[in-house]
Write a protein that binds this ligand. Structure first.
Ligand code: AMP
Length: 285
């Protein structure tokens, strides 16, 4: 039986979350990343630990069937792979940033300026579309120090919290794209590998759904059930169980984590008590 080869970053920002996702999908990987590849005991998959920047090409060439990689890198490399699922981690933006003392007047400020970046293709594409002529200086890391050491006037860099830019006296003036880790696949998978991928994708989607949701339980007087049910955005309809205390029930439901803080006050006002919020491991629809 063939195995689906998945490429993950060998070391760096995406590594921990990529391995955690596979683990949360119930896949036990046999070896650590000191090996180039590792099998899994309980799923027809082989994990290839590769250099981040090499991964898109390996997937395009079919050396790996699928991969977990930042969207930004696929765009930069212009690789012919298919994005099948956005994974919700390693979120960042590709931005143009300038020293904070610069009086930024708009994109035309970049005309004739020197920009240091590790993403020359994406930046060049953006500048060209906006008719800006700038001089790009490609460097592979620590881009943010370039203006301070006189190497460039500005930087084109990935930003997540913004603290690296802040520490180096830079401010974002343009955002070119938003990125997050995603699952990509080679465009010509065999039918057999496509079937394995569908099984993996089903597990990944169940895990991602659960990560965004919480299980919520609360006690309330029976006459408040319709009012509280209306406040809760639920999967289908809430579960109602009678309490030992006459006239009271326990209401169970699933709620989007982001919505919880929005509705909590309304739930309390409507008479809910003893509200519990519990993490969910998987949601299978
Ligand atoms: P690394 O090889 O460890 O530098 O990881 C690079 C990848 O992590 C990038 O291609 C992005 O997809 C992702 N990433 C997320 N946030 C950031 C950030 N603030 N700076 C650099 N890379 C980031």
């Amino acid at each position: 039986m063939s195995k689906l080869k998945i490429a993950v970053q060998k070391s760096g920002r995406l590594f921990d979350d990529s391995i955690k996702l596979l683990k949360d999908c119930g896949i036990s990987i046999d070896n650590g990343r000191d090996q180039l590849k590792a099998g899994a005991r309980n799923f027809p998959i082989e994990v290839l630990y590769l250099r981040n920047s090499d991964i898109p090409q390996y997937v395009e060439d079919g050396v790996a069937d699928i991969a977990i990689i930042g969207e930004n890198l696929i765009i930069e490399k212009g690789t012919e792979v298919e994005i099948i699922e956005k994974l919700g981690f390693s979120k960042c933006k590709l931005s143009l940033a300038v020293p904070k003392e610069v009086e930024y007047t708009g994109l035309s400020w970049f005309n004739g300026k020197k920009i240091a970046t590790s993403y020359p293709n994406t930046i060049q594409d953006f500048l060209q579309k906006n008719n800006i002529q700038a001089d790009l200086h490609e460097i592979s890391g620590s881009v943010e120090i370039a203006p301070n050491i006189g190497l460039a006037d500005a930087v084109g860099d990935l930003v997540s919290s913004g603290s690296t830019l802040f520490k180096n006296g830079l401010v974002t003036v343009e955002t070119l794209l938003k990125s997050e880790a995603c699952l990509v696949k080679n465009k010509n998978l065999t039918v057999e590998k496509e079937l394995i991928l569908q099984k993996l994708l089903f597990r990944i989607q169940s895990v991602l759904r659960a990560r965004k949701s919480k299980y919520i339980l609360m006690n309330l007087p029976n006459e408040k059930i319709p009012e509280v049910s209306n406040i809760l955005p639920v999967l289908k309809s809430p579960t109602i169980l009678p309490l030992a205390q006459e006239g009271w029930s326990s209401l169970h439901s699933v709620i989007d984590e982001g919505k919880f803080w929005e509705v909590i006050d309304h739930l309390k006002e409507a008479g809910a008590e003893g509200i519990l919020i519990v993490p969910i491991e998987k949601i299978v629809l």
